[in-house]
Design a protein around this ligand. Sequence first.
Ligand SMILES: C[S@@+](CC[C@H](N)C(=O)[O-])C[C@H]1O[C@@H](n2cnc3c(N)ncnc32)[C@H](O)[C@@H]1O
Length: 222
Amino acid sequence: MDQNNRIDATVDWRENAFDLTRGIAAYTQSGLVGRLAKIIAKHPDADIANAFNHKQVACKMWARDELFNTCGGAFQRIWVLGGWYGVLAAMLLDDARFDISQIDSIDIDEDVAAVAETMNKDAPGFRAVTADMYALDYASATPDLVVNTSCEHIADVRGWLDMLPKGTKVLLQSNDYFAEPTHINCVESQQAFEQLARLADIRFSGTLPQKKYNRFMLIGSV
Ligand SMILES: C[S@@+](CC[C@H](N)C(=O)[O-])C[C@H]1O[C@@H](n2cnc3c(N)ncnc32)[C@H](O)[C@@H]1O
């Protein structure tokens, strides 16, 4: 800052973002926002602005609300697959409607676990795990809910669902954002997503329109 109180453009944006998020955390008394500030300071390479942009947050608030509406708030063990920086886990643990004993945020990318741990620092029952969702032992662990909001990122959604014990509750999201190169398995519509997943029981099926794409969600069981 110069003597006229103008921002010095040479200051790294992270320093400003850190100060701002800490201020918002203090003002809103939000531990979650405080942990976002910690991520900016401690994990400068993390793409947290992307993971916590307003569209990502809207999709996860939608997931959280519809999960509560359809299944209630009591869970023993939730597995969030493709959990990235642990934002959805943090939002579920931050919500007083939910009583969750354990959440494992599982991702194949070994660089994200440390960030997910900071995102959920001091949350009892939270664990970040580095693993391929195709290599998990679903039958032994018996999670009572399996979440995958990254279905557009995996090649064989139905093949993966076949690995889950019959009756397992799932919350799935995908989208029609074909232009994003990392999206290897988008679907064209809500109906196409239903046909791809072929859930045995559907409790919720809906679409959240976004500016550039639609987000599709299914809640039910395999
Ligand atoms: C970009 S992120 C999440 C996007 C999504 N819209 C969301 O926020 O839920 C997708 C994540 O899926 C993870 N992923 C992809 N394939 C996976 C696999 N086979 N097992 C576990 N995680 C996987 C990636 O490493 C990445 O962190």
